[in-house]
Design a protein around this ligand. Structure first.
Ligand code: UFG
Length: 327
């Protein structure tokens, strides 16, 4: 079975990707520093603890496992934190990715699947966000990811490295089998925080801003199920292994939901009240991020099947009640 190097394979999305890769007949080799990931989440292939800021550690993984491709998830990914500590994002995300890309080029591993973000588009009122949209990130997280996209394009031109860049919208849900799920410490994402508030693990969910220019005043996002998202990654990997050219794909459903709408759906799915506090805006948040593209469906044959809000919340709720990691 061909090895695929999965950076961040102990994290939320990376661990689901490892499960999908194993199911598709690949061996996922996880490389993770365990700063935000969990050893317990690595269940589908070998694990190497290492840091992308240490080039020698990356070179050793390429030498030992000779992967046919890289799936690069490892990153700091919190918009709010990136506004307070931009240096962390440039160092960890950009320098770490540059080390990885250079190591892949040296090892002649020329297939790279990269997890980018719709945060690279920034706040563009009334613009349909497709892959050709301008990228004007308004937070350091989005800027760091846009920079990595540029690095990949430059390496493509210089040495023929091929990349599939996925710009994610908001990822939610969990593996329906309960093998892996979303578990951050501290948690910052809307749906898991809401589930904490619903079952009393926190007093209330704070809505970050109720004065946005949206129908109910709260931010609008496009939520996509993590299992659908990682299925697209397997299709992207096959795209590269089939010799197709570098390509960018949005991964979203095209439907936007406000924070209040997500709260309403959560109340319906769990049949419990959601305690809320109306708070101030969080710096760096865009008003509305909704994908306007069907390129992944048309070209990759992506067929999302679990990305309705009730399904995502219900899968997250099941994991929330039964699943967690210890280490
Ligand atoms: N929100 C709240 N209260 C909370 C947490 C979040 O109101 O306690 C709001 C946010 O303000 C935002 C929405 O819920 O409007 C979603 O926030 P998340 O923190 O769950 O997600 P983000 O949109 O900030 O970021 C996520 C990923 C990024 C990715 C981005 C794309 O963390 O990696 O989606 O939109 F880039």
């Amino acid at each position: 079975m061909a090895n695929v190097l999965v950076t961040g394979g102990a994290g939320y999305i990376g661990s689901h990707a490892c499960k999908a890769l194993a199911a598709a007949g690949f061996t996922p080799v996880t490389f993770d520093n365990l700063i935000t990931g969990w050893r317990d989440a690595v269940k589908f292939g070998p694990f190497i603890q290492g840091d992308l800021l240490n080039r020698a550690e990356i070179d050793a993984v390429f030498a030992r496992h000779t992967p046919v491709a890289v799936m690069h998830f490892a990153a700091l990914s919190q918009v709010g934190e990136s506004m307070k500590h931009p240096g962390r994002y440039w160092r960890n995300n950009v320098q770490g990715s540059l080390n990885l890309i250079e190591a892949a080029a040296s090892a002649e591993c020329g297939n790279f699947v990269f997890s980018s973000t719709c945060a690279t588009y920034g706040d563009q009122d009334n613009v349909v966000l497709d892959e050709d949209s301008d990228q004007y990130p308004i937070n350091a997280y989005g800027s760091s990811k846009r920079a990595i996209e540029d690095i990949l394009r430059d390496f493509g031109a210089a040495c023929g490295m091929k990349s599939v860049i996925f710009r994610y919208f908001n990822v939610a849900g969990a593996d329906p089998d309960g093998d892996v799920g979303e578990f951050h410490k501290p948690e910052t994402h809307l749906i898991p925080l809401m589930l904490d508030a619903i079952d009393g693990k926190r007093d209330a969910l704070t809505i970050f801003g109720t004065d946005y220019d949206t129908p109910d005043g709260t931010c609008i996002r496009d939520y996509v199920h993590v299992c659908d998202l990682v299925d697209a990654h397997v299709l992207g990997l096959r795209w590269l292994l089939d010799g197709k050219p570098s390509r960018v794909f949005n991964l979203g459903t095209g439907s936007g939901f406000s924070v209040r709408e997500v709260i309403d759906h959560s109340r319906d799915v769990t049949n419990r009240a959601v305690p809320i506090i109306e708070g101030k805006r969080r710096p760096g948040d865009c008003t509305k991020l909704v994908s306007g593209s069907t390129r992944a469906v048309a070209e990759l044959g992506w067929a999302p099947s679990r990305s309705t809000l009730p399904q995502m919340i219900s899968d997250a709720w099941r994991w929330h009640q039964t699943g967690h990691y210890n280490t």
